[in-house]
Design a protein around this ligand. Structure first.
Ligand SMILES: *[C@@H]1O[C@H](CO)[C@@H](O)[C@H](O)[C@H]1NC(C)=O
Ligand SMILES: *[C@@H]1O[C@H](CO)[C@@H](O)[C@H](O)[C@H]1NC(C)=O
Ligand SMILES: *[C@@H]1O[C@H](CO)[C@@H](O)[C@H](O)[C@H]1NC(C)=O
Ligand SMILES: *[C@@H]1O[C@H](CO)[C@@H](O)[C@H](O)[C@H]1NC(C)=O
Length: 467
């Protein structure tokens, strides 16, 4: 069914709302702009956007590390809900876990993220001197810590390296030089840049010689010699990764080795894979399924002498939710259940925290975690100043990010319905029996209690059902 916007009539919207009320239309309260982890430059100002929609009015407040943020010289909560930092100051003062807290008549939800101050360490690894043979290969590497990740480029005698496919720069901080020529003999250094800083590494010389030193182990197959390759590599889903593999000829008489990549014995030929530089493997649009062992094989074409190396790739991803809690309406004293399940791609496996109206739920007593759900037994409304009604929210979190979803619990209290029994207590007698005791409720109304119903759940491996 294709409906042009002009044909869509208001009654259609009503119909859809009637059919899927809790899904499409009745937005109790939800975020339209959520927080994402942010890296901010020290000394700059910063606006962190947050917005929610639902029944009006919506009140937005902020917390840092659990403490309410009050308007001050450092922060202002803007009218549209965003948080304005006048200047980002020090690590201790501003780094932390921030929450944007949205409330309306139905309850409260939070959006949570980390704020980092952008930083760059000194070089933890400077390029080292390299001696390489004419027509051979050379490799330099530099390394530092950087938030967010630094872009690395290279200089030859303090000028950008020639734009030439003999020079291959890997984002991990590696420079490969192929088919070495006399003119490549020079000093090389790397330049790291992020939003906060720029650093130059120490320089290292490349010395070019016209012979490959004799090897101790004489190999009749003249197998290619491994110069370097990636170790176990981690990468994020959705991104691109480059696996390094660099071989050198066995000796001057040999032609450069032929390099092929395989996985599970199959050549990698779809356009998801490409050769980066001369011999590295580029894999784009990563998914968790791309995790596994990749094999780089170098062959001396003349002798068929072969060498293979294995590289393990581990693709990880921030949480995404496969199943989110749905709004439920339950009679008083019954059991309510909310489910929150992450996709199998969420790696490492996220931890799930449940909140009620923006506060972490203490999992004890009437609140339990069973399989992937929050189960609230004997739901209460208006007992003293407490009620179980409100917004229940799950936050899934791993080292790469967070995902959240929320739903509303409504508790129905039928008119003229009896009050719940008092002093309910259970004593375990054996693995299959409990002694449950209670007292009759205090009654105001003129109905007789005919029966009491006991609900219980069997807790077996994969079986659970209310009886
Ligand atoms: C909120 O207001 C600030 C300042 O006017 C603006 O920069 C920001 O983009 C606004 N946020 C949203 C979500 O519209
Ligand atoms: C509810 O009442 C108890 C005692 O009557 C009190 O200690 C508690 O602070 C109250 N809670 C709220 C949220 O007002
Ligand atoms: C169950 O508990 C009640 C109250 O403590 C007690 O009177 C009764 O004997 C118990 N029944 C069994 C079968 O243990
Ligand atoms: C009994 O009824 C009165 C008036 O209808 C009400 O104020 C009171 O809260 C009720 N008590 C209980 C225990 O339900």
């Amino acid at each position: 069914m294709a409906i042009q916007p002009s044909e869509a009539k208001p009654w259609m919207l009503l119909l859809f709302c009637g059919l899927f009320s809790s899904v499409l239309c009745a937005k109790d309260l939800e975020f339209t702009v959520e927080l994402n982890n942010a890296a901010v430059v020290k000394g700059s100002s910063f606006i962190w956007d947050c917005a929610a929609e639902g029944a009006l009015p919506i009140d937005i407040t902020w917390r840092k590390d659990g403490q309410a943020i009050v308007n001050s010289e450092q922060h202002t909560i803007l009218r549209n809900g965003s948080l304005y930092f006048t200047t980002i100051e020090r690590k201790k003062q501003d780094e932390g876990v921030y929450e944007c807290v949205a409330s309306n008549i139905y309850g409260t939800i939070v959006s949570r993220a980390n704020l980092f101050i952008a930083s760059m360490s000194r070089f933890l690894e400077d390029p080292q001197p390299v001696t390489a043979s004419l027509k051979g290969v050379a490799r330099f590497r530099c390394y530092l810590d950087s938030i967010p990740q630094a872009d690395i480029s290279w200089e030859k005698d303090r000028l950008p390296i020639p734009f030439n496919n003999r020079f291959v720069v890997l984002p991990s901080g590696v420079l490969q030089i192929h088919d070495i020529q006399e003119s490549d003999a020079a000093n090389y250094r790397c330049i790291a840049v992020n939003i906060a800083n720029k650093r130059r590494s120490a320089e290292a010389p490349l010395t070019v010689q016209s012979t490959i030193p004799l090897l101790d182990d004489v190999d009749d197959m003249r197998k290619p010699r491994l110069v370097s390759r990636s170790g176990s590599t981690q990468a994020l889903a959705g991104k691109t990764v480059i696996l390094e593999c660099l071989f050198e000829r066995y000796s001057l008489q040999d032609t450069p080795p032929e390099v092929t990549w395989t996985r599970g014995g199959q050549l990698l030929y779809t356009n998801k894979y490409s050769v980066y530089g001369r011999s590295n493997l580029r894999i784009s649009d990563l998914v968790v399924f791309d995790s596994g062992t990749y094999v780089c094989t170098a062959r001396n074409v003349e002798t068929n002498g072969i060498v293979s190396v294995n590289i393990y790739l581990n693709v990880q991803a921030p949480p995404t939710l496969d199943m989110v809690p749905n709004g439920v309406t339950r009679p008083r004293a019954s059991t309510a259940r909310f489910t929150c399940i992450c996709t199998v791609d969420s790696k490492p496996t996220p931890t799930i925290t449940w909140l009620k109206d923006g506060r972490k739920i203490d999992i004890s007593g009437r609140f339990n975690i069973i399989y992937d759900g929050l189960v609230i037994v004997n739901v209460q409304k208006n007992t003293g100043n407490e009620t179980d009604e409100g917004l229940y929210q799950c936050i899934a979190e791993n080292m790469y990010g967070r995902a959240q979803a929320s739903a509303r619990l409504i508790i129905e209290v039928a008119e003229n319905s009896p009050n719940p029994p008092r002093n309910v207590a259970a004593t375990v007698l054996s693995s299959t029996s409990v002694n449950v005791t209670w007292q009759a409720p205090i009654m105001n109304i003129t109905v007789d209690i005919l029966t009491y119903t006991i609900h219980y759940q069997l807790m077996e491996k994969s079986y659970m059902s209310p009886v």
